[in-house]
Design a protein. Sequence first.
Length: 366
Amino acid sequence: KKTMKKIIIILCLILISCNFNNKKETKSNNNNSTKITGTIENLKDSLVIVISKLDSRNFFGKKIDSTISLNGSFEFEIDNNEPSEYMILILDYKNKIGKRNSFWLDKSDISLIGNYDNFENSQINGSRLTELSKKYFGIAEKYNNQIENGEIDMKDYQKGIKNDQLDFLYKNPNNIVSLTNFLGFTQNISKDSLQLFHSKLNKKLQNSKKGIALKNSFEIEKIEIGESIIDISGMDLNGNLHKISDYKGKIIILDFWASWCPPCHNQNQQEFPKLKEKYKDNNFEIISYSIDVDKRQWEKSSKTDNINWINLSNLQGMSDKYVINYGVQVYPTSFIISKEGKVLKKMEGFDYGVLETELDKIFEPK
């Protein structure tokens, strides 16, 4: 848990340092303007404070504004057209330290009060949606403590946390926080349950991007292991259109990845070049499908990873319809597709050697 937080902080430092500039976005004088103030004990002067709007299409979100800490405080005033989740990063480049806190904004001004050393647990005042979000994630915290203390086993942990979180969401349905978290269950519950939650949303939420994503989850066709693929079309970095069906007659590795995903880079650099060389005479093709939203990030990562196989994207992020079609929730996720165009295997995450073992069963059957 702590290691993952550390990785995220380091990645954020790298990303922000690449894109940081001193220009702030122009703010319009309208009724959507929201003020965010921070009063943080032990906050040194002249640290960079960045606010980003989180987005399901982009792991790091979009940088909205930046400022400098002064006298233990900071302040932002941003245009907030709809309830959204934001993240504030305090960046100490000299000591390579990053502190983060995320919260939800509706229409009310909010304040963060806390201590620099424990900034992620600062008190957030004025945000009803943040309070709701904390209650939801408090369910996971309860079960984490129980399993760490040996009070429950893994089976009870997984069952209990899922049931309690779903129960909470069904009891508190008609808001963007619950809708956002409910989308994480779309691969694990019945179509009827998905439709029931959708019916509890007001028209505005149903017609929002996330409401449409929920509707797509029970209306869009999904692949099944052993069945034919759902065809994917996408552009390569040169603007050429490709379809998976163009490569029928070959064994295909279809891999969903992203520039912000460290295990994806490991797989691109360590495993795929080896597989490409080993099976080059076996009618074999690797097709990488990026779920990035920024072409520059996709292109930069592709060059860094030295991708010299088919590399496609539609720059639609995690809301891409193909992500829904293929039930992708973990990155990377790889599929083995037969010469006849059937889905043979789905593998989540990167475990070096697992793909090669599966491919050997196909190319070198005993």
